[in-house]
Design a protein around this ligand. Structure first.
Ligand SMILES: Nc1nc2c(c(=O)[nH]1)N(C=O)[C@@H](CNc1ccc(C(=O)N[C@@H](CCC(=O)O)C(=O)O)cc1)CN2
Ligand SMILES: Nc1ncnc2c1ncn2[C@@H]1O[C@H](COP(=O)(O)OP(=O)(O)OP(=O)(O)O)[C@@H](O)[C@H]1O
Length: 187
């Protein structure tokens, strides 16, 4: 199926989940992450959840990272250039909601994307090769292209993979893993 078809289907699939299911599945995903070979890394990029879109709640992942004394980076999106800037998440980091309902740091210490070792990637759908689609503005494709080639890209999803996304572009960056409440998929 195409990205446009999958976006439509997966927005509906997410909308049909109850708040309790979103919470339970998000905790299960955070627990599955403990199985990944990423815990020797120090620089982790985490998306901040759009609650209005019933995205995977990353607060449980942030707790694990903070408990392990990792550096957590969070981003601010520029909707005129479709680019993201990343900031170190600190105890005193002020977070605000942008017009799309995305929590974002107001300011802070900017970190170069080449330093990032692990990225947790938001998505609507993904396939068995690790290709993904999000909201269609290419924010994560641009961002992942700026990260080091050996940076580990971990998708988070409530659902298993589709067989095949048919309209993949050369700028699309594939995932290394996708983690669901049930299991870890490796690509
Ligand atoms: N938490 C989170 N942060 C993220 C992303 C994401 O998927 N999740 N993004 C991943 O790339 C980027 C933001 N991408 C976005 C692209 C388009 C719209 C948007 O057009 N929203 C509309 C309609 C939503 C809909 O189609 O249902 C709106 O809110 O009115 C929002 C976010 C960067 N930050
Ligand atoms: N590195 C890049 N440089 C310039 N344009 C890019 C780059 N990556 C993606 N794009 C453009 O962004 C647009 C959206 O891409 P695509 O449909 O793959 O989005 P998506 O993966 O669903 O969105 P997102 O990454 O925001 O979750 C495409 O027109 C694509 O050409």
């Amino acid at each position: 199926m195409t990205k446009a078809e999958l976006r439509h289907i997966y927005k509906e699939k997410r909308a049909s989940l109850s708040p309790q299911t979103v919470e339970d599945y998000s905790i299960a995903i955070a627990n599955q992450l403990l199985e990944l070979p990423i815990w020797d890394k120090m620089y982790f990029h985490v998306f901040l959840t759009m609650e209005n879109q019933k995205e995977v709640k990353t607060e449980f992942i942030l707790h694990i990272l903070q408990g392990k004394d990792k550096n957590c980076l969070v981003s601010k999106s520029d909707f005129s250039t479709f680019k993201m800037k990343s900031y170190l998440l600190q105890d005193n980091t002020k977070i605000g909601l942008n017009v799309y309902g995305i929590p974002e740091p107001i300011d802070g210490i900017e970190i170069d994307h080449s330093k990032i070792e692990v990225v947790f990637v938001p998505l609507l759908a993904y396939d068995k090769k690790g290709h993904r689609t999000g909201y269609g503005k290419g924010f994560y494709d641009r961002f992942l292209n700026e990260c080091a080639p050996n940076c580990v890209k971990v998708g988070l999803s409530f659902f298993p993979p589709e067989n095949d996304i048919t309209d993949i572009l050369t700028t699309d960056v594939a995932l290394d893993y996708c983690v669901t409440p049930e299991q870890v998929y490796r690509f």
